[in-house]
Design a binder for this molecule. Structure first.
Ligand SMILES: [Zn+2]
Length: 268
């Protein structure tokens, strides 16, 4: 029943908002829809066991990234969610890593999954506390959103993010300034299969493989089983094509002197 309702909502959103892009659900705010419902409440949340988790393992071995060999940064917004662990498993099998841009208010339900991301060696970026359009907030509220998310992620995982994926990719001078102060590089993307909209595994996979190129940053969403299915084959295929599957920070380290806090990157 709940699943049907989510589909109905998605269909309604598709009909009402033809011009959305990644994280474009926000624009439906203007239509009065509860656009964060897929993230915050309408998506069934499978509760995670509250048992104490073993400590996140320290990454013992340094990864060797060849800056001259081709690389691609897969990024996953709006989670942690139902697809996160499948994607982590696929990354593990390929010896790859990715960047998970977390909405920090989801950590109450998905703290263990978030720790798994850190253990796997993938990067945790902040996607804010509750996914507002930061450009519509006061400078003070921007700092509150960012600090609250950074503190919550650090508390849950032991890792303090150094990358912001702004909701809807929206940034302005105030957001950049806040990120500069907080030591956050801003990572947007240049490959967008619109997985949240199509929910079509083969189409998502095909878009990624057709548009993959050296230095690309791909945006997807780890909430959806279709995205996880697409990734299970796309990750394998990218690896077979010789791509290093890197985190945003690994890519910036290799190609942009680590990146500059407050600057927006779409690719390298
Ligand atoms: Zn988002």
């Amino acid at each position: 029943m709940l699943k049907w309702n989510v589909r109905a909502l998605a269909a309604l959103m598709l009909t009402a908002m033809p011009l959305l892009s990644a994280c474009g659900r926000e624009r439906s705010e203007e239509g009065g829809l509860a656009i964060e419902a897929p993230t915050a409440s309408a998506v069934p949340v499978e509760s995670e066991d509250a048992r104490p988790e073993s400590e996140p393992q320290q990454e013992a071995e340094a990864r060797r990234i060849d800056p001259d060999a081709k690389m691609i940064a897969l990024t996953f917004d709006d989670g942690p969610g139902a697809g996160t662990r499948r994607i982590l498993n696929a990354l593990d099998e390929a010896g790859g890593r990715a960047t998970f841009c977390m909405v920090a208010n989801r950590l109450g339900d998905y703290a263990e999954t978030a720790r798994k991301v850190a253990e796997q060696g993938s990067e945790i970026a902040t996607h804010t506390w509750d996914h507002p359009n930061l450009t519509k907030l006061s400078a003070e509220r921007v700092r509150e959103e960012l600090n609250r998310s950074l503190n919550a992620i650090e508390r849950a995982t032991g890792v303090r993010p150094t990358v912001l994926r702004p909701p809807y990719g929206s940034v302005n001078a105030e957001v950049k300034e806040a990120c500069g102060e907080l030591g956050l590089v801003i990572a947007n993307w240049n490959v967008d299969p619109e997985d949240w909209k199509t929910r079509d595994a083969s189409g998502i996979r095909r878009h990624i493989l057709d548009n993959a190129r050296d230095g690309a940053i791909v945006v997807c969403h780890d909430l959806y089983p279709e995205t996880a299915s697409a990734m299970e084959s796309a990750i394998r295929e990218l690896s077979e094509r010789g791509y290093q599957l890197v985190t945003v920070s690994e890519m910036l380290d290799a190609r942009a002197n680590g990146g500059t806090a407050g600057k927006v990157y779409y690719a390298t």
